[in-house]
Design a protein around this ligand. Structure first.
Ligand code: BGC
Ligand code: BGC
Length: 826
């Protein structure tokens, strides 16, 4: 409950409140909610790891625990990111594991080699085993190898999970797990934060592509197959070519209301268990050693604080004997916690804190909590026992250092590995429509068009070389094949000709055209949407399809996307339509089916919508009415004609969540406001607007889709972007994101200019100091504004000056941090 500070200052109200709280502890505890979120482990399915406890190992661990200091134990339960820790601090703080987050590549160089990675890791490991310690515990290293070893230059990139789900081939999944593990091992690492076994139920969720299926059956079968592939089984369990797997994110990450990333799930306990818990049973039954707790809440309680689910269900009912890894600063979202102070999560059952930033403070606070009994020693011992158990199972106590292991430096991105990825691509392709144009006829002249045709970044999606995967180009992917390159090779091999033209302006009329288009890369909450429409490139791609059609050219549309999308106008405009998902580095797999060397085998593992607002949409729904049902997919063996599909006229302005202003439009319910110190306030509604009274600021739309803002220099005025409901950008600020503005300075400022978010601001005068004819990108880390709570921010951008200034703004959004982004000081 939030109290209005004015009410609090009233002594009568304060004493009344105190009375209520004191006299009515039941009211204070909001019993309704607590009851609702109660967990009943006995109602959940049981599981049983095939590994079992080894008596001798457990005895060794008992002996080690007896010798370890509290400091040493606390060090094991904290995981920093390498960027914030020096090797010598590993020994000083007894750190047990380190991660590299998405894009945290050695030296900030995304072309870093395998050797660069091993050189990065080795000193940290060496520090952990430095002589002179009473108990020596080698450090382990984790990375998000979520579609292959995707942070590493030259690695094999597999289709994202949504495409693998369509392939519905568990044996293939096991082989993908094996190859991924081998490539992770090559770089000297021990552990991957994969597989994601979420069952995504609302495709507005930005992580839908990380989910195998909306149906727990595929997710469960795959959970087992992927864990088996990554970790190995039987005598090969955690053998030299395998690494620790992480089933994530426990629990209900795919069940949040509105598909909001890190949001709240209000499903019943029965559905939570049946739909979302099921894959964990299979992951545990195959021996997964790590489970990552989720950012989301269930019925209002954050998973990181949910003892009933973490301890009662996962460790109790499901008998999970490995460790629970935290997600990126997720414990800090628990009410009453901060990123560096949160015994609640640990007491709920978390075993390792994910603290990539201020881990030293967390270390100090945890030591305090153990010493004063807030964290019971038994709980600490339990967590450390689990960590040591997994380290023993992994063999880290007997292995040579990362640089000296047999699997290290084994080649990555090999033809054998890529062949498996190519097979997966071909199998993941779903044919939604084919009115006779596919397969391509041998000898045909084929025009290949669309912004996705020769775009390996777009076909790979998020979690590729960087977290968002948004800033890559083809030369970042040695050994990879774009869809165009794959098609060209195979069309020519069959005596045909491939013409390449992204905008379809070929000099000669082709026999057939292929248009590759779709979503551009995103990860996590950056991909959340308010609907299941295609945002950017929707109009352009449709125009392309229609213009080819108008010229009498048969068209094949190939969609790159991380979720099913309402695209009936596109499907109608094309003669064939293929959902290619996010295939990864082996574009040749797309050609394999389009030229007819292989038949389509993919079947929808997600229901396909009829309308942009038709979500959630899942197989088994009452009144289930999809455009293409779960399990749908045509093939050459079973062809069918598709009639025109119903089109929905829509006036909604679709926008990406963290885009505020772009292409001349204010998105997502945000608005632009002009204000001054005399309490004048006006909304910009798309036409030239001058602040009444002082005329201190004028804003007008420009032909290049920018917004021109001119301050007259007579009195202080602000240009702001905000929404009616305050914005929650706390998570974005935590995740090191930046406020990024593409702007041009027409006339330099005459006085200080401040850029604000909420109530905090920084000067940007120096950055604006020179007028020029070019647009530049101003990137300011959101962390520059975290002196306040950013979970309810009225303004997400505010430019203020008392002086004169003339700028044109083309784009305002939140983006991924670029190296070198710092808080401006002048
Ligand atoms: C991602 C990390 C990434 C970081 C950047 C996190 O949410 O999972 O891998 O490096 O944000 O801000
Ligand atoms: C993501 C996880 C990921 C972690 C580490 C988080 O933001 O939610 O899936 O494993 O970062 O990069």
């Amino acid at each position: 409950m939030k109290l209005d500070p004015k009410i609090c200052r009233n002594p009568f109200v304060v004493s009344w409140l105190a009375l209520m709280v004191a006299a009515s502890p039941v009211w204070a505890a909001t019993p309704g909610k607590a009851d609702q979120a109660a967990v009943h482990p006995a109602k959940w399915p049981a599981a049983r790891s095939p590994i079992g406890l080894d008596k001798a190992t457990e005895a060794k661990i008992t002996a080690m625990l007896a010798q370890m200091s509290v400091e040493q134990k606390v060090g094991q339960i904290i995981q920093p990111e390498w960027k914030t820790i020096k090797p010598e601090e590993v020994i000083q703080y007894h750190i047990g594991s380190i991660e590299n987050g998405g894009g945290a590549v050695p030296g900030g160089n995304k072309h870093a080699t395998v050797k660069d990675w091993v050189d990065l890791i080795e000193p940290y490991y060496q520090a952990s085993v430095a002589p002179g310690q009473k108990v020596t515990i080698p450090l382990i290293w984790a990375s998000d190898a979520v579609h292959g070893h995707n942070n590493v230059y030259g690695a094999t990139l597999f289709p994202h999970n949504i495409g693998l789900g369509a392939a519905n081939d568990p044996e293939l999944i096991r082989r993908i797990g094996e190859v991924t593990a081998a490539e992770v091992r090559s770089t000297g690492m021990d552990w991957t934060f994969a597989p994601t076994i979420a069952v995504a139920r609302d495709d507005r969720w930005g992580r839908t592509y990380e989910s195998y299926s909306e149906d727990p059956r595929i997710a469960s079968t795959y959970a087992a197959a992927m864990v088996a592939g990554i970790q190995g089984t039987g005598a090969d369990f955690l053998g030299p070519n395998h690494v620790i797997a992480t089933a994530k994110h426990f629990l209900g990450d795919g069940s949040t209301d509105g598909g909001r990333d890190q949001g709240d799930s209000t499903v019943s306990e029965t559905d939570l268990a049946r739909l979302h818990g099921a894959p964990y049973v299979d992951a545990i039954n195959t021996g997964t050693q790590s489970v990552m707790a989720s950012f989301n809440s269930w019925q209002g309680v954050k998973l990181h604080a949910n003892k009933g689910l973490l301890t009662g269900v996962l460790k109790g009912r499901m008998g999970f004997d490995g460790f629970i890894m935290g997600d990126w600063l997720a414990h800090g979202q628990i009410p009453g916690c901060t990123n560096s102070d949160c015994s609640q999560a640990f007491n709920a059952g978390l075993d390792i804190y994910n603290q990539p930033q201020d881990w030293k403070l967390l270390y100090a606070n945890l030591l305090r909590d153990v010493k004063n009994g807030t964290i019971p020693m038994a709980r600490l011992d339990d967590a450390v026992r689990r960590i040591l158990r997994v380290k023993f199972r992994m063999g880290v106590f007997d292995q040579p250092s990362p640089a000296n292991r047999p699997a290290t430096f084994q080649p990555i991105g090999t033809p054998q590995h890529r062949a498996i990825a190519r097979e997966a691509v071909a199998k993941s392709m779903v044919l939604l429509k084919n009115n006779g144009v596919l397969p391509l006829k041998p000898g045909a002249t084929v025009l290949i068009a669309g912004n996705g045709a020769d775009n390996i970044a777009m076909q790979s999606g998020g979690w590729t070389l960087s977290w968002q995967g948004a800033d890559n180009s083809n030369n970042d992917f040695p050994g990879a094949t774009s869809i165009y390159e794959g098609l060209k090779a195979q069309i020519e091999a069959k005596g045909g000709q491939a013409l390449f033209s992204p905008d379809a302006t070929a000099p000669q009329k082709p026999d057939v055209a292929i248009v590759v288009f779709g979503e551009t890369p995103y990860a996590e909450f950056m991909g959340d949407q308010s609907d299941v429409a295609l945002h950017y490139g929707n109009t352009e791609s449709l125009a392309l399809l229609k213009s080819l059609k108008a010229q009498g050219i048969p068209v094949v549309a190939v969609l790159l996307s991380g979720r099913p999308l309402y695209l009936n106008p596109h499907i109608n405009a094309a003669d064939a339509f293929v959902a290619a998902w996010l295939p990864g580095s082996e574009g040749a797999g797309v050609a394999d089916v389009l030229v007819g060397d292989k038949d389509f085998q993919g079947r929808l593992s997600f229901s396909w919508p009829k309308r942009p607002d038709q979500t959630p949409l899942n197989v088994g729904d009452v009144n289930y009415d999809p455009q293409f049902a779960y399990g749908f997919g045509l093939s050459y063996a079973q062809p069918a004609q598709t009639a025109q599909l119903p089109e929905v006229a829509s006036t909604t302005k679709y926008g990406e969540k963290n885009v505020y202003f772009s292409k001349g439009t204010v998105w997502n319910g945000y608005g632009v406001t002009l204000s001054d110190n005399d309490n004048h306030r006006m909304d910009y509604v798309g036409t030239q607007t001058t602040l009444y009274g002082t005329a201190a600021l004028t804003v007008s739309p420009q032909d290049d889709a920018s917004l021109r803002a001119v301050w007259n220099g007579k009195t202080q005025a602000s240009l702001s972007v905000g929404a009616e409901a305050p914005s929650d950008i706390a998570r974005e600020a935590n995740g090191a994101m930046v406020l990024s503005m593409t702007l041009r300075v027409n006339a330099a400022p005459t006085k200080e200019v401040r850029l604000g978010v909420g109530s905090a601001s920084v000067p940007v005068t120096a950055w604006l100091a020179e007028a020029s004819s070019a647009y530049r990108v101003l990137s300011v880390p959101l962390s520059c504004f975290t002196s306040q709570d950013l979970s309810a921010t009225p303004t997400v951008m505010q430019l203020t000056t008392e002086g004169a200034l003339d700028i044109s703004i083309q784009d305002i959004r939140l983006g991924e941090t670029k190296p070198g982004a710092a808080c401006p000081t002048q």
